[in-house]
Design a protein around this ligand. Structure first.
Ligand SMILES: NC(=O)c1ccc[n+]([C@@H]2O[C@H](COP(=O)([O-])OP(=O)(O)OC[C@H]3O[C@@H](n4cnc5c(N)ncnc54)[C@H](OP(=O)(O)O)[C@@H]3O)[C@@H](O)[C@H]2O)c1
Length: 283
């Protein structure tokens, strides 16, 4: 199996490199190796390497900075995705792309299913929805996996930020956002399986953690896991809303995983994964 992985230095990309089956030949491209906004570079890479599948783990993911860089954000999260989908369509190979719970506005208050009405609230979220639409129109066989609150031992994420706050003695987190944390490694396990699946699937699938929490409860779980590794002397404070956030986020973004569960895939057991990730971070 020959795989082209984009966004190889991100948290999902790094987990993918670690979990890749040994007999797969893979080009793990960070943005210096393959900038997905460059259509010709994408075409050349696919024509020369002749992969059996493309996995797009690249994305512009900084929500706050995205509002100030919308042209670039859309170039990466929308047009760049189209470039990859077009190349996959031309080669007739599998294409897996990651999208986000943020395509929803959070007003439903019941787990979102794949066919639910989308209404992205921010520039980042709009670019992710555009990426989905462009991928599916360029290549209807695209597989879009929407996930949420992704964490891992790599890169920047909520778990690392809470662990750092705990060092400073005070963890202050808002209670007004509800979602499902997802371990990046579980997301990778799903993608590896979807690539090898005998009966191919297409279209949009939701995949996230098995237990919904608010951000404060997620932070409490991080601090509890940390306290099992070393003594933690931090005060936890529940805030009504996050003071440092200026970009709107959906207040409720729980994804229903029933569609992917029907294919035999269990949601991410994020509470178990969290203990290992925290051990790794604190060790
Ligand atoms: N993190 C979450 O909570 C979450 C939730 C739902 C969905 N997702 C989606 O999952 C995907 C992976 O997320 P992640 O958390 O792993 O993100 P991440 O850690 O921010 O990694 C994204 C990677 O994309 C690369 N990239 C940016 N612009 C690029 C370009 N023009 N060409 C090629 N690569 C480029 C970056 O590489 P360089 O550093 O080399 O520029 C970065 O390493 C993204 O599509 C994201 O939208 C994430």
């Amino acid at each position: 199996m020959r795989i082209l992985l984009t966004g190889a230095n991100g948290q999902v990309g790094r987990c993918f490199k670690q979990q890749k089956p040994e007999d797969w030949e893979m080009i793990a491209a960070d943005s210096s190796v393959l900038d997905i906004t460059d259509a010709r570079a994408v075409q050349n890479m696919v024509a020369n390497f002749e992969p059996d599948a493309i996995v797009n783990a690249a994305g512009y993911t900084n929500l706050e900075a995205a509002e100030r860089n919308l042209d670039h954000v859309f170039a990466v999260n929308a047009t760049g995705v189209r470039h990859l989908a077009e190349a996959a369509a031309q080669a007739g190979i599998r294409f897996i792309h990651l999208s986000s719970d943020y395509v929803f506005d959070g007003q439903k208050r019941m787990p979102y299913v794949e066919t639910d009405y989308t209404n992205p609230l921010s520039g980042y979220a709009k670019s992710k929805l555009s990426g989905e639409l462009l991928a599916l129109s360029a290549y209807p066989d695209s597989i879009i996996v929407r996930s949420s609150w992704v964490f891992s031992e790599h890169g920047n994420n909520f778990v690392k930020s809470i662990a750092a706050q705990a060092e400073s003695g005070r963890v202050a987190v808002a209670t007004d956002k509800i979602g499902c944390p997802t371990y990046a490694g579980d997301l990778v396990r799903l993608m590896v399986d979807l690539i090898q699946r005998h009966t191919p699937v297409r279209g949009i699938y939701h995949f996230c953690g098995d237990k919904a929490v608010n951000r404060f409860e997620f932070a409490q779980a991080v601090v509890k896991a940390l306290s099992e590794v070393r003594p933690v002397n931090a005060v936890l404070e529940a805030l009504p809303s996050e003071r440092s956030e200026h970009t709107p986020r959906p207040p409720y973004s729980v994804l229903s995983c029933e569609k992917i569960r029907a294919l035999g895939y269990l949601p991410s057991d994020w509470q178990t994964a969290l203990k290992d990730v925290v051990k790794h971070i604190a060790g």
